[in-house]
Design a binder for this molecule. Structure first.
Ligand code: SPV
Ligand code: MG
Length: 331
C-alpha cells in the first residue's frame, strides 16, 4: 500500500507501515476475557479488507498470549519450568473457552526434548491453541528477563528437530524463538571482562544464523527476544535479517516505541508484537493499591469506586448465559 503526502507541492509516495498484529498476555480465563473485550474504533490490524467502517468498534488485540511468565507469576513461582505441563495446558483450555481471540501458547522449551514436545503438541491443539512458541534454550528454562539467569542455547540441529516435530505433528502455526541475543546479553551481566559490544555482535550473528536455520526447518515465524533497554538491538537485527518469514518481538524491556514505530523502524519485518506480561503486572499493581487503601482506611468504603463492581464481575462470569440456561432447563 502507499500513501501520498499533500503538505508539499511535489507529491511523494511512501510505503505505509503495515500494522503488526498485537497479542495481549494472559494468565487466566478472566484476564484473557478482559483483554478480548477491549475494543478500538480504528480498523483492526487483522482486517485487510477495508470494509469495516473506521468508526466500528473492533477488538483492540488480535490474539491472546498464554504467557509462561504470567502463569508462573499466578502461582507465585519463578518462570523456570516449575509449573506443571498439566497446569499450563488446563489454563490454556480454560482461556480458549472463555473468549473468542486465537491463542498463542508459550510452550517454553517444549517441556523437555523433541519427544516431550511431540506429546504436548496434539494436546495443545485439542485445547484450542492456534499458534505455539518454542524457544531454543535448554530445559529447564530460566526467565529471559532475569539478570544473570541461566541462558544456555541448544545446538541448532537439535532445535530444528523440535520445529520439524511441531510442524509434522500439528497444524498449528509454529513460531520458533531464538534466545541468542538474550544469551549474549546475559553473558555480559555475569562477566566483567567481556567487551559488551563484541558480545552483542556475536549475539546478533548467532541470532541471524539461527533465524535462517529455523525458517529452513519449517518455522512459520521467528521470535527474536531481546532484553536491551532500547529498541536498537532489535532494529539492528531486523535490518540485517534476510529471512522470508515474519519476525515476532516481545518489547517488555524496550517499551518506548509505539506499534506503528515498530513497523516503520523494522521495515515491516515484524508481523506480531507480544505484550508479554501486562495482564499480571496490571493485576498486581491494582491489587496492591486496593489492599493498601483498605489497610490504611481500616474499612472497604474507600476502594468502592476504584475497583470493579460486583455487576462487572457477574458479566465477566457469564451471568447472561447462566440466566438463559436457567430459563431453558430449570423447572
Ligand atoms: C513470557 O511472557 O512468558 C515470555 C516473554 O516468554 S518473556 O517473559 O519476556 O521471556
Ligand atoms: Mg515465556
Amino acid at each position: 500500500t502507499s500513501s501520498t503526502t499533500s503538505s508539499t507541492t511535489t507529491t511523494t509516495t511512501t510505503t505505509t507501515p503495515l500494522k503488526p498484529l498485537i497479542a495481549m498476555s494472559a494468565h487466566s480465563a478472566l484476564s484473557a476475557k478482559i483483554a478480548s473485550q477491549v475494543t478500538t474504533t480504528s480498523v483492526s490490524s487483522s482486517s485487510t479488507t477495508g470494509s469495516t467502517p473506521p468508526t466500528a468498534a473492533v477488538p483492540a488485540f488480535d490474539a491472546i498470549w498464554v504467557s509462561g511468565f504470567e502463569l508462573s507469576a499466578l502461582h507465585a513461582v519463578p518462570d523456570a519450568s516449575i509449573i506443571s505441563p498439566s497446569t499450563h495446558l488446563s489454563t490454556t483450555r480454560d482461556i480458549f473457552h472463555s473468549q473468542p481471540l486465537p491463542l498463542i501458547a508459550d510452550l517454553d522449551t517444549g517441556f523437555g526434548n523433541a519427544v516431550n514436545l511431540a506429546y504436548a503438541l496434539p494436546r495443545y491443539e485439542a485445547a484450542g491453541t492456534s499458534a505455539v512458541v518454542i524457544e531454543d534454550k535448554t530445559f529447564p528454562k530460566d526467565s529471559s528477563l532475569r539478570p544473570g539467569g541461566r541462558q544456555h542455547l541448544v545446538p541448532i540441529p537439535e532445535f530444528q528437530a523440535k520445529i520439524r516435530a511441531a510442524k509434522e505433528l500439528s497444524s498449528m502455526i509454529v513460531i520458533a524463538r531464538t534466545e541468542a541475543l538474550i544469551a549474549a546479553a546475559t553473558a555480559v551481566d555475569t562477566t566483567t571482562t567481556t567487551n559488551p559490544n563484541q558480545n552483542q555482535n556475536r549475539g546478533q550473528s548467532e541470532a541471524l544464523a539461527r533465524a535462517l536455520a529455523y525458517e529452513e526447518a519449517g518455522a512459520d515465524a521467528v521470535l527474536v527476544h531481546s532484553k536491551s533497554s532500547t529498541p536498537e538491538e532489535i532494529i539492528s537485527f531486523c535490518g540485517a535479517y534476510t529471512g522470508n518469514v515474519p519476525l515476532v518481538i516481545v518489547p517488555t524491556s524496550y517499551p518506548r516505541w509505539s506499534f506503528e514505530d515498530v513497523s516503520r523502524l523494522t521495515d515491516n519485518k515484524v508481523g506480531l508484537v507480544i505484550c508479554g506480561n501486562h495482564a499480571v503486572r496490571a493485576a498486581v499493581a491494582g491489587m496492591r493499591r486496593a489492599f493498601r487503601r483498605i489497610a490504611d482506611d481500616r474499612g472497604i468504603a474507600g476502594v468502592q469506586d476504584e475497583i470493579a463492581s460486583v455487576e462487572d464481575i457477574f458479566q465477566l462470569q457469564g451471568d447472561d448465559e447462566l440466566r438463559e440456561l436457567e430459563k431453558k432447563y430449570l423447572p
